[in-house]
Design a protein around this ligand. Structure first.
Ligand SMILES: NC(=O)c1ccc[n+]([C@@H]2O[C@H](COP(=O)([O-])OP(=O)(O)OC[C@H]3O[C@@H](n4cnc5c(N)ncnc54)[C@H](O)[C@@H]3O)[C@@H](O)[C@H]2O)c1
Ligand SMILES: [Zn+2]
Length: 355
C-alpha cells in the first residue's frame, strides 16, 4: 500500500484494496452505519462488493442517475432525504463510490448532513482517482455555473483502487489522461513527457489494466497531494491546478455538457496556453506541445464556440480578482512563475476568435 496525506486526508493507493475497505476504515473512521452513494453505472458493478466489505456498518446503497447533469442541488436534496429516511445518524459515514460527479455530490451531502458527517472517497474513474477525490473540494453545479455551491470537506479516507479502471469506458480514460497531462504541465515536465509518450497505449483497452496506468495513477495522486498540501485552501500555489479550467469550465457548460470535463479541459489548456503566449507569460510553443500530447491521447484540442459567450461565462467562474478574470498560466511545461495572471477579456476573445 502506498499511503500519503492530502489536505489532511489519508490517501491509500492500492489495486484491489476495495475488498478490504472495512478493515482499512477501522481506526480511521468511527462509524456504525454506512451510506454508499453511487451512480447508475457504477452501482451495479461495484456497490455490492463494497457493501460486502463493510459487514459491521449495515450499509445502505443510494443510487443517483449517472451524469454531470445530475450533480445538482435537487439531487443533493433527494440523497439527503434518503439518508434521513434510512435513519443515518451522526454515527454514519458516507462512502462516495463513483466518478467525480458522485465524489463531489456525496461529499457535499456529507458536508451538510446533520451539520457534517465523515465521507470516505472511493473514486472509480481516472479523473476522480487522480483529481476529484483528492483535496477536499465538494459541491454541485447550478444554472449560473459549475461547482458554484459547495464546501471544503476533506475525506476521512481516500481509497484509490485502480482495479476499478478495467470497466471504465475508453472515453473516460482519455479524460483522465487530460488531467494527468495537466499535472505534468503545471508541476513536472518529466512526468508530462512520460504521459505524452504513453498516451496512445494508455487509452486503448489493453492500457486500462496496465502497470503503466497504475503507475500514472500513483504519480498523479502524488503530484496533486503535494500541491494541495502546500496550499490546502487555495490561496496560492494550489491555483496552478486550475490551468485549463477557467476556459475549460466555460467550454464544458457552453457545450451543454456534451463535452466531458476532461475534454473541455483539454481544449481549455490549449487556449489558455495560447493566451499566455500572447501576453508573454508562457513560453512560445507550449500550446503546440500540449496540443500534440492531447491529440495523441485522442482528446479534442479545438472546438467552435462563440468567443464572447465563453468569455462572459468565465466571469461566473470563481477565479476573479477586482473584476478581471484570473488565469493559471504556466511559464512553460512543468514551470510556474506566478500562480495566477489577470487577463483582459479582449485578449481572450481575440485568441478564441482566431481558433
Ligand atoms: N472536487 C474536485 O477537486 C474536482 C476535481 C476534478 C473534477 N471534479 C469534478 O469531477 C467531475 C468529473 O468526474 P468524472 O470524469 O469522473 O465524471 P463522472 O463521475 O460523470 O464519471 C464518468 C462516467 O464514468 C462512469 N464510471 C465511473 N467509474 C466507472 C467505472 N469504474 N466503470 C464504469 N463506468 C464508470 C460514470 O458513471 C460516468 O458515466 C466533474 O463534475 C468535475 O467538476 C472535481
Ligand atoms: Zn479538472
Amino acid at each position: 500500500v502506498r499511503e500519503l496525506t492530502a489536505a489532511g486526508s489519508p490517501v491509500l493507493v492500492e489495486p484491489g484494496a476495495h475488498a478490504r475497505l472495512g478493515a482499512l476504515l477501522a481506526g480511521r473512521v468511527r462509524a456504525h452505519r454506512a451510506a454508499i452513494i453511487t451512480d447508475s453505472n457504477v452501482g451495479p458493478l461495484y456497490a455490492g462488493a463494497v457493501a460486502a466489505a463493510l459487514p459491521d456498518l449495515a450499509p445502505v446503497i443510494v443510487t443517483v442517475p449517472a451524469g454531470e447533469q445530475h450533480k445538482t442541488r435537487e439531487t443533493w436534496a433527494d440523497v439527503s432525504d434518503q439518508l434521513l429516511r434510512h435513519g443515518i445518524g451522526r454515527d454514519g459515514v458516507v462512502i462516495a463510490l463513483g466518478g467525480g460527479v458522485v465524489g463531489d455530490l456525496a461529499g457535499f451531502v456529507a458536508a451538510t448532513y446533520l451539520r457534517g458527517i465523515p465521507v470516505v472517497q472511493v473514486p472509480t474513474s481516472l479523473v476522480a482517482m487522480i483529481d476529484a477525490a483528492i483535496g477536499g473540494k465538494t459541491g454541485v453545479d447550478v444554472p449560473a455555473g459549475k461547482n458554484l455551491i459547495g464546501a471544503f470537506h476533506p475525506a476521512a479516507l481516500v481509497l484509490v483502487d485502480a482495479d476499478f479502471l478495467q470497466s471504465l469506458p475508453p472515453r473516460e480514460i482519455r479524460c483522465g489522461i487530460a488531467e494527468a497531462l495537466k499535472h505534468g504541465a503545471v508541476a513536472d515536465a518529466t512526468y508530462f513527457e512520460s504521459v505524452a509518450a504513453d498516451a496512445r497505449h494508455l487509452t486503448t483497452t489493453a492500457g486500462a489494466g496496465s502497470a503503466k496506468l497504475h503507475a500514472l495513477v500513483a504519480e498523479s495522486v502524488a503530484i496533486k497531494a503535494a500541491v494541495v498540501n502546500d496550499d490546502p485552501r487555495e490561496s496560492g500555489r494550489r491555483k496552478i491546478l486550475n490551468f485549463g479550467h477557467t476556459l475549460g469550465h466555460a467550454i464544458e457548460a457552453a457545450s451543454g455538457y456534451s463535452l466531458r470535463h476532461g475534454e473541455a479541459v483539454a481544449i481549455g489548456m490549449v487556449c489558455e496556453a495560447l493566451v499566455g503566449e500572447r501576453i508573454g507569460a508562457t513560453a512560445t510553443g507550449t500550446a503546440s506541445t500540449l496540443a500534440r500530447a492531447l491529440a495523441d491521447a485522442g482528446l479534442p484540442t479545438d472546438a467552435t464556440f462563440d468567443a464572447a459567450d465563453l468569455v462572459a461565462r468565465t466571469h461566473t467562474d470563481k477565479k476573479k480578482l477586482a473584476g478581471k478574470v484570473e488565469y493559471a498560466l504556466p511559464a512553460g511545461i512543468g514551470r510556474f512563475e506566478r500562480w495566477t495572471t489577470a487577463v483582459d477579456d479582449p485578449v481572450v476573445v481575440e485568441i478564441l476568435a482566431s481558433r
